[in-house]
Write a protein that binds this ligand. Structure first.
Ligand code: 13P
Length: 337
């Protein structure tokens, strides 16, 4: 019984369900051209369209990827690109039963009046862009905004982040795209895990309040939260069990069970850490599908293996499958290091 009549309501619920399918998660490769340039620079490659395409082709043509990956988030350039043999990337994904998604936010800019915090741009023209992305084959969207704990966060920054996410979610649903709601609470800082929990509860309370006010269909969204961990510079590291306990506490207190999927970001955790933490969260049944939407934690080994050399493509694709399979097992709570 949806709370809002939308011409796409059934399709949205179906799309969200298929992305949140057992043993699968999201491959995030939606780096903007600038961020993709940083990844390429780490292996000594220039940030050219040809190099970005070669890298995305390696990732998106990995045979068997669909066994572990249900959705792939693309940057606009990639959504309209094809392989060097002329096959649309969108069709490569469909062939593996992977839903194509699109990053629709336009990035972060300083938020005047705040404590050196930022806000996320992209609402202007979003409806028409979303309709075009749908025509091109996208079925879900992503909007990433950030909240900084060392900078406060100020009430202004939290409200701006939450309201922007809710407006974006309503616009996406109106245009047939399942919105991934991502208020990333940055890892930076020396704060305790208790402080992260407190901030996460505040942020998600506001996000859900505004989602409801905007009549967003909860069955047709996915969340992309940060795990609740101590700050990266905190004196003690937390175990996967502790991170799972705090993160699930936060989710149970704030996220209605109508939401089909919780797809965590990796946020700078190592590949193995991200897998172990996800596995710990799936040791007992959850009301939602608790899974991954990792960028760095799925790509680090791939980049290092590839190094930009065509002869390394197959080995790099194997490296991607190793991480994807490990996270698939972690989604099922069956991973062991
Ligand atoms: P990471 O998993 O690297 O934190 O990426 C998160 C993200 O939002 C990419 O879509």
């Amino acid at each position: 019984l949806p709370i809002r009549a939308s011409s796409y309501q059934h399709e949205l619920v179906q799309t969200a369900k298929s992305i949140a399918s057992p043993g699968r998660g999201i491959l995030a490769i939606d780096e903007s051209n600038a961020t993709c340039g940083k990844r390429l620079a780490s292996i000594g490659l220039d940030n050219t369209e040809v190099n970005r395409q070669a890298y995305r082709q390696l990732l998106l043509t990995t045979p068997g990827l669909g066994d572990y990956i249900s959705g792939a988030i693309l940057f606009e350039e990639t959504l309209y690109q094809s392989t060097t043999d002329g096959k649309k990337f969108v069709d490569c994904l469909r062939g593996e039963n992977i839903v194509p998604g699109i990053k629709v936010d336009k990035g972060l800019v300083p938020l005047p009046g705040s404590n050196h915090e930022s806000w996320c741009q992209g609402l202007d023209g979003l409806a028409s862009r979303s309709a075009e992305y749908y025509k091109q084959g996208a079925r879900f969207a992503k909007w990433r905004t950030v909240v900084s704990i060392p900078c406060g966060p100020s009430a202004l920054a939290v409200t701006e982040a939450a309201w922007g996410l809710a407006r974006y979610a309503a616009i996406s649903q109106d245009n047939g795209l399942v919105p991934i709601v991502e208020p990333e609470i940055l890892l930076d800082g020396d704060h305790s895990i208790e402080r992260t929990l407190e901030v996460a509860e505040k942020v998600w309370a506001e996000v859900f309040s505004y989602l409801a006010e905007n009549n967003v269909i909860f069955e047709g969204i996915l969340l992309k939260p940060s795990m609740v961990t101590p700050g990266a510079e905190h004196k003690e590291k937390a175990s996967p069990e502790t991170i799972a306990k705090y993160t699930l506490t936060m989710l149970r207190r704030r996220v209605p069970p109508a939401v089909p999927g919780i797809m965590f970001l990796s946020g700078g955790q190592s590949e193995v850490e991200a897998t172990l933490n996800l596995n710990a969260m799936n040791q007992s049944p959850n009301p939602w599908h608790v899974s991954f939407s990792y960028a760095r934690a799925l790509q680090n080994s791939v980049l290092k293996t590839w190094k930009g050399h065509p002869e390394n493509v197959e080995a790099a694709q194997k490296a991607l499958l190793v991480r994807a399979k490990a996270n698939s097992l972690a989604q099922l709570g069956k991973y062991s290091a």
